[in-house]
Design a protein around this ligand. Structure first.
Ligand code: HEM
Length: 403
């Protein structure tokens, strides 16, 4: 209930937004709308008025023939009767010659309401086209003795309807996107909450059993006590790791992108990771490689994750190749291992938060890597073959002026 109220409040705010009026005025300017057009439309308002109810009847009769449109009418005949009155009022305002903030706000509201009721926008377009034909026909009858005026009024009226459609469509798109984003945010919160619950439950369960033992064991020997305390200590560390990984994710600041030398950046990460001696490492960055425009600190975290993943994929040793090539304003860095590889069915999910194939993985490493690359206007793609190894290709933007 509260959520609904908040959405309505937002919509009210949006409808009174002076930006919509400016946008409408900008569109009027674009199509060359003038006060003369407004006066021409207003001049036929009284002529067309008696014809509006039959046009509106036809409008709703057509809706009843299209189940996908009809399904949003949930209030039966009473609602249709109300909608007909609303649509006549909408047409009367269309023909009023007054295109002020109230006018634009009401047009915006149509788009907003249609998103709210789940009406597919194609029906608004189709319905408006039908109304347009009806208005055209009536106008033709009313002004048949004055063809020059008919042409001029028709042109103004059709332009006006185009403008209405543009603002309704604008409202529809804006409201639809905002709604989708809210849904996605809620889904993400759900996913994160589920992931955190899952990751913390295991260590907490172990802690719980050990605490139970410590509280209830009679004459426990000191070795056993120490064992349980150590178990608790280890599990607290696991829980702490989960929380640190999450807060890394949450705190990821805006990227401070500066021209960066990749050889130094990746070389530094390799040194810090100190890979085991059974992994042969080769870093190849040609001397002509352009510098890249990234936040050095963030990108180091991203490469650190890829390099650790490669190491974990080669428990019995192997080869890690990091090869950078530059072309067309970007640099590709391929990080290849000769490890176990990733099954095809996991390839799509590996960058999703909380997806892990490792026995003790939290499943945030690649999601964080991708988030970092997104922030740095880069991208990440992967190819892999089970039993042969994987290649992760990072694409970064070259710094302007780099060779
Ligand atoms: C020319 C295209 C259309 C126009 C100009 C239009 C206009 C409007 C207006 C003015 C409202 C009231 C907005 C408010 O609450 O202030 C509205 C709401 C609504 N429209 Fe449309 N509409 C169009 C197409 C359609 C179509 C094709 C359907 C299909 C069923 C439809 C179904 C509805 C429904 C169910 C509501 C909510 C009404 C209520 O509150 O009970 N509309 N529309």
């Amino acid at each position: 209930m509260l959520t609904r109220l908040i959405f309505r409040y937002d919509a009210q705010q949006l409808m009174n937004d002076p930006q919509h009026v400016r946008r409408y005025q900008e569109l009027q300017c674009y199509v060359g709308w003038t006060d003369d057009d407004a006066a021409r439309v207003a001049s036929v308002g009284a002529l067309l008025d008696p014809h509006l109810p039959p046009l509106v009847d036809d409008f709703y009769a057509e809706i009843s023939r299209h189940p996908d449109a009809q399904k949003v009418i949930t209030g039966g005949e009473a609602q249709v009767a109300r909608l007909k009155t609303t649509l006549v009022a909408w047409l009367q305002q269309l023909l009023s010659g007054e295109y002020d903030a109230d006018y634009v706000g009401r047009r915006w509201r149509v788009g907003y309401r249609h998103v709210e009721i789940g009406l597919n926008q194609v029906y608004t377009n189709a319905a408006l086209s039908r109304l347009r034909r009806g208005l055209n026909a009536v106008l033709g009858e009313c002004l048949q003795d004055d063809p020059a005026r008919l042409t001029a009024v028709r042109q103004s009226l059709m332009t006006l309807i185009d403008l209405d459609l543009a603002i309704i469509e604008d409202a529809y798109q804006t409201e639809y996107t905002a709604r989708q984003q809210r849904i996605e945010r809620l889904a993400t919160i759900g996913q994160v909450a589920g992931g955190v619950a899952h990751e913390l439950r295991n260590p907490l369960n172990v802690v719980k059993t050990s605490v139970y033992y410590l509280l209830n064991a009679r004459q426990a020997n000191p070795e056993k006590l120490k064992d349980h305390l150590q178990r608790i200590g280890r599990q607290v560390e696991v829980a702490d790791d989960v929380i640190s990984a999450l807060s890394d994710f949450a705190k990821l600041p805006v990227a401070e992108q500066r021209p960066t030398d990749l050889a130094a950046c990746i070389g530094g990460v390799l040194k810090a990771e100190a890979l085991p001696s059974n992994i042969a490492t080769n870093l190849s960055c040609p001397a002509t490689l352009p510098r890249v425009l990234v936040d050095d600190k963030q990108v180091r975290i991203a490469f650190g994750n890829l390099i650790r993943n490669a190491r974990d994929a080669m428990p019995d040793g192997g080869r890690l190749d990091i090869q950078a090539t530059g072309a067309d304003g970007h640099v590709d860095i391929a990080v290849s291992d000769t490890g176990v590889g990733i099954p095809a069915e996991h390839l799509r999910q590996i960058m999703e938060p909380f997806f892990s194939t490792k026995a003790r993985g939290i499943g945030l490493g690649l999601a964080l890597t991708r988030a970092i690359l997104d922030k740095n206007k880069g991208s990440l793609r992967v190819t892999s073959e089970v039993g042969k190894g994987s290649t992760f290709v990072v694409r970064l933007v070259s710094a302007p002026g780099s060779p």
